[in-house]
Design a protein around this ligand. Structure first.
Ligand code: GLN
Length: 483
């Protein structure tokens, strides 16, 4: 059963080939057997999963037939789950049991999904290699010496290793698309405002967006359907109808205009990745798409702007972790100041502290204009570049990452080297646009991702193009050895 997609499992449940309880027991056993070598879960929620599976079987027996009813998933450990540890990959929240479910968790649970557990992640979603987790690094199932990408690295590794068919992630600067690329999955970052952020522990509020990680575009469509939609609890949620994402998966690509930004194919890109990306372009042409070169002239400023804005928002968001209200508290504080200092000093890891310091500095009175304000202006220019480009093309295509997965520890003492890996993904977050990464082949046995970006709220178009590509390619069906 573990090698079936969400859509196939849904059909198996509908045809009564197996029950949700049997499926859940089989996957829990697989997680117990194989996850110790990957470290993709922070918590496995076997009891909850079995009770949800039994409830789903009962609903089905009573005549219900929802598309997600009885299907197993896991949540990145920054989605609040009532009564269950929600750690955000941090010692700070190691003892935190959320008092409520995030909207995404509640919606998917109401649709009948079965939660197998909470997945490992970079601490507070800061990272691209899943190396900053308090719970230790996650291994890439394609080669355990390499990172699975981050920050949703646990979700990616678990799905890639067929421990379960799909999982949620969040993407602030690439954290769904980049791990999807590095583990041979399909991952979608929706338009900012499409998926509720309520109950999603904030990293950088103006950039964060939840979305699905799965093996196929069809499965991403299924999971997104259960996640998307207006939520009056999130003031940045957009009240716009949610289309039927599966209904348009097979739409024709005849006449589709694809733009290839020349800045995406310049220095810094591994030429073998460029070859894989261009091979995907050739397939899309055969399906009826036309291709033209475009320019996103301000892309070179994206990394510096992002690495001011994201830490600035993080330093403000993370001020709530003060050792008083919830989370980690140091032993025997001598006074209030000592309590704050040591609780934060002992509770946060090195990367989180670095970002808090950078952010606080960028927001300080003397430097606000020089850094934060300047970065916000660049953000507007980047958004304008996209708006101009989408006047001529329907989609923008390029690599998801400049290189395949690096070796665990290889960028350990050079945070900027890791930041540079985000070059192709962060612009979509700065502009609020939707993007998808789909499998496009391999380099040295490590997966390569092809990224597509679309205008606001055109997730259906991204899923359609990725699905059509997956009908004529089999990269997404490749399985890592031993899984
Ligand atoms: N790698 C980026 C960062 O560290 C993006 C992470 C994310 O999308 N959560 O900020």
């Amino acid at each position: 059963m573990h090698d079936k997609t969400l859509a196939e499992l849904g059909r198996g449940l509908a045809d009564k080939q197996f029950s949700a309880e049997e499926l859940t027991r089989a996957l829990l056993a697989r997680i117990e057997r194989l996850d110790p070598q990957l470290n993709s879960f922070i918590s496995v929620t076997g009891e909850l999963a079995l009770s949800q599976a039994k409830a789903a079987d009962a609903r089905r027996a009573a005549g219900e037939s929802g598309a997600l009813l009885g299907l197993p998933i896991a949540h990145k450990d920054l989605f609040c789950t009532q009564g269950i540890r929600t750690s955000c990959g941090s010692k700070m929240l190691d003892n935190f049991k959320a008092p409520y479910d995030a909207s995404v968790v509640a919606r998917l649970a109401a649709a009948g999904t079965v939660t197998l557990g909470k997945t490992n992640m970079d601490e507070f979603a800061m990272g691209s290699g899943n190396e900053s987790s308090y719970y230790g690094p996650v291994k890439n199932p394609w080669n355990p010496a390499h990172v699975p990408g981050g920050s949703s690295g646990g979700s990616a590794a678990a799905v890639a290793a067929r421990l379960l068919p799909a999982a949620t992630g969040t993407d602030t600067g690439g954290s769904i698309r980049q791990p999807a690329a590095l583990t041979n999955l399909t991952g979608l970052k929706p338009t900012y405002g499409r998926v509720s952020r309520w109950g999603m522990i904030a990293y950088a509020s103006s950039l964060d967006q939840g979305g699905p990680l799965a093996r196929t575009a069809e499965d991403c469509a299924l999971l997104l359907q259960g996640m998307a939609g207006f939520d009056d609890k999130d003031s940045t949620s957009v009240d716009q109808p949610v289309p039927d994402y599966r209904a348009s998966l097979n739409d024709s690509l005849e006449g589709l205009r694809i733009g290839l930004p020349k800045e995406y194919f310049g220095a810094g890109l591994d030429p073998r990745i460029a070859d894989r990306v261009m091979a995907a372009v050739e397939e899309l042409k055969k399906l009826g798409a036309s291709v033209k070169e475009i320019s996103l002239p301000n892309m070179q400023h994206a990394i510096p702007a992002y690495y001011v804005i994201a830490p600035a928002e993080a330093s403000s968001n993370l001020s709530r972790f003060d050792g008083v209200r919830f989370g980690y508290r140091c032993e025997n504080p001598s006074n209030l100041e000592d309590l704050y200092k040591r609780s934060r000093g002992e509770g946060f890891g090195a990367e989180v502290k670095r970002r808090i310091m950078v952010g606080a500095y960028a927001l300080s009175a003397g430097y606000y204009d020089a850094y934060y304000l300047q970065a916000q202006k660049i953000r507007r220019l980047i958004k304008n570049d996209f708006i101009a480009a989408f006047k001529d093309v329907d989609l923008i295509l390029g690599p998801t990452t400049p290189n395949p997965a690096w070796k665990i520890g290889a960028k350990g003492d050079d945070p900027v080297a890791a930041y540079l890996e985000d070059i192709y993904t962060i612009t979509a977050n700065l502009a609020g646009l939707p993007g998808i990464s789909m499998p496009g082949g391999f380099v040295d046995g490590l997966p390569v991702g092809v990224q597509l970006l679309a205008p606001y709220f055109q997730e259906a178009r991204l899923l359609n193009v990725a699905h059509r590509y997956q009908q004529v390619s089999d990269w997404h069906q490749q399985t890592p050895a031993g899984y």
